[in-house]
Design a protein around this ligand. Structure first.
Ligand SMILES: *[C@@H]1O[C@H](CO)[C@@H](O)[C@H](O)[C@H]1NC(C)=O
Ligand SMILES: *[C@@H]1O[C@H](CO)[C@@H](O)[C@H](O)[C@H]1NC(C)=O
Ligand SMILES: *[C@@H]1O[C@H](CO)[C@@H](O)[C@H](O)[C@H]1NC(C)=O
Ligand SMILES: *[C@@H]1O[C@H](CO)[C@@H](O)[C@H](O)[C@H]1NC(C)=O
Ligand SMILES: *[C@@H]1O[C@H](CO)[C@@H](O)[C@H](O)[C@H]1NC(C)=O
Ligand SMILES: *[C@@H]1O[C@H](CO)[C@@H](O)[C@H](O)[C@H]1NC(C)=O
Length: 467
């Protein structure tokens, strides 16, 4: 009795599967009928699709909701079979063959899942779910004029962009990859991005105020990370300039090691390269400015104590190299004196007001003497106890020249010069409103000749005595 029942159930099941599973619904599939469902209906795994099947499953998606389709396929397009998903933007995704598992998403208002076969061997199974985006996903509102930092991050395909501040009342206007490529703008002052796939993308989005970026002829962001050497060929023929925001994802220092103007693409009289802190949106002023000069290379390496800054290139073609090494050897290069060298030392707080003003650098060469020149360009001491100190002198002696600034009122707009093997410039303090900008130069003291003369003298003396 039991066995018979079991058999009849099986037969009925088989019958139902043949007849019912791949019927084509002639109605819109909506969340009202249930937020979760399967295709083919009442199945739980890969199912053989009948030959000459041609069915479009139409989904109706409410504002603020999204459709998630998790699809398994085992099929062959060469046999004339085709399975496609068309999202709300009308973009058709042909499901890959031969055997795949893939997730597809669509936002409001509609999506179509289309199965078309000629053969009787293809298989598929899909689970669909209507998802309340507002409830389930954290929303990020960004300001306008988003640019991507990498040309190829396939994960950007998986991030949806909504035009406006929420996903319910606003249109999904594209996937992030496309949105960035087409430089779409928002009809509101903000966009919302949603990453349904919950995979972390390596890209950084830099949101800029459009009015700040549009003043440049070109705007790009360059993303790097620690221990990278990034070389760029940048060109701009306008006075407006091309702006490049450099970002280090996991470090706080750039060593700018090379700046070369290319003669053929540079208008020498008009060319200059500006560096400003942070991004154009922050509307910061210029902190470094280089133009064509025969002694240009003596300005490098130059330390930029920030994880982000913007370089603006005017009337020139340039080659630049920036190094984000955190190794001892790159620090040593920065701290090595050489004849004719110039540079500027900044508190990190000048580049990013969220960072500390403190720094300490000792430029040193035990084998050579230098004339060190120091100009305190600016100093702001916001808290009593903070201080800027400058020491120069011979190493291994306490007899160095010493100057300490303990308040804004310390007379600082005077150039100081002194001889020695080392120059130490440091700022001690934690108040983020404090800062110091100190420029320096170095000139090797030509004691070699004096020493030689000295030797000659003794040699002569010795020779005379001996004689
Ligand atoms: C599958 O459908 C897509 C989109 O409709 C179409 O471009 C493609 O040619 C079709 N492939 C086959 C094998 O029918
Ligand atoms: C599939 O189609 C082939 C011919 O195209 C036929 O010989 C075969 O019996 C069919 N198989 C099933 C399970 O219907
Ligand atoms: C974002 O845009 C919406 C309009 O969709 C607006 O209501 C909201 O105030 C905006 N938010 C911000 C931070 O500008
Ligand atoms: C941006 O900075 C410039 C000069 O530094 C200033 O004149 C201008 O008002 C600033 N704009 C905004 C919107 O803060
Ligand atoms: C930078 O230098 C150039 C050329 O020397 C000059 O025209 C420009 O005004 C300077 N920019 C700033 C912000 O000082
Ligand atoms: C220390 O420096 C001063 C001034 O530079 C100099 O007159 C003096 O002789 C030096 N003393 C020593 C011990 O080197």
């Amino acid at each position: 009795m039991f066995v018979w029942f079991f058999f009849s159930f099986l037969i009925l099941g088989k019958f139902l599967a043949k007849v019912d599973c791949f019927v084509c619904p002639n109605y819109l599939i909506t969340p009202e009928a249930g937020p979760i469902g399967v295709i083919p209906s009442s199945r739980v795994g890969l199912s053989v699709i009948p030959a000459s099947y041609d069915c479009a499953y139409h989904f109706l998606i409410h504002p603020g909701w999204a459709l998630h389709l998790s699809i398994s396929t085992h099929y062959d397009q060469l046999l004339g079979d085709n399975i496609t998903f068309t999202d709300n933007l009308g973009v058709v995704h042909i499901l890959p063959t031969p055997k795949q598992h893939i997730d597809e998403w669509s936002s409001a208002p509609t999506a179509i899942f289309h199965i078309k076969t000629m053969s009787n061997t293809s298989q598929m199974f899909a689970i669909y779910e209507f998802v309340n985006v507002e409830k389930k996903y954290k929303q990020v509102a960004l300001n306008l004029a988003v640019k991507n930092t990498q040309d190829y991050d396939t994960l950007l395909e998986l991030i949806f962009v909504y035009d406006g501040g929420d996903v319910k009342n606003c249109q999904m206007v594209g996937r992030l990859s496309n949105f960035l490529k087409k430089k779409k703008t928002s009809s509101f002052n903000n966009i919302t991005i949603v990453n349904f796939y919950e995979v972390d993308s390596p890209s950084y989005l830099i949101g800029n105020d459009w009015s700040k970026v549009s003043v440049f002829s070109k705007y790009k962001a360059i993303l790097t990370s620690r221990n990278q050497q990034t070389t760029g060929e940048l060109f701009d023929a306008s006075d407006r300039g091309a702006a490049y925001t450099w970002i280090c994802s996991d470090c706080n220092n750039f060593y700018w090691t090379i700046l070369k103007f290319h003669k053929s693409t540079t208008t020498i009289s008009k060319a200059y390269i500006e560096l400003r802190s942070l991004s154009p949106t922050h509307n910061t002023s210029t902190l470094l400015n280089y133009s064509v000069s025969t002694t240009l290379e003596r300005n490098f390496p130059q330390l930029i104590p920030s994880r982000m800054f913007t370089m603006i290139n005017h009337h020139s073609g340039i080659a630049v190299t920036l190094d984000t090494s955190v190794t001892k050897s790159s620090t040593q290069k920065w701290l090595k004196p050489f004849d004719g060298r110039r540079g500027v030392i900044f508190s990190p707080s000048i580049w990013d007001s969220k960072t500390s003003p403190s720094f300490s650098f000792q430029f040193e060469d035990d084998d050579q003497k230098f004339m060190f020149g120091v100009n305190v360009n600016d100093v702001r001491i916001a808290t009593a106890g903070d201080s800027l100190t400058i020491k120069t002198g011979p190493t291994a002696s306490n007899n160095f020249s010493y100057k300490e600034f303990v308040s804004d009122h310390t007379e600082f707009r005077t150039r100081r010069e002194s001889k020695g093997n080392f120059m130490q410039i440091s700022y001690e303090g934690w108040d983020r409103r404090s800062m110091a900008i100190v420029s320096f130069d170095m000139k090797k003291i030509n004691c070699g000749n004096a020493y030689d003369l000295f030797r000659l003298f003794f040699f002569l003396l010795f020779w005379l005595c001996y004689k």
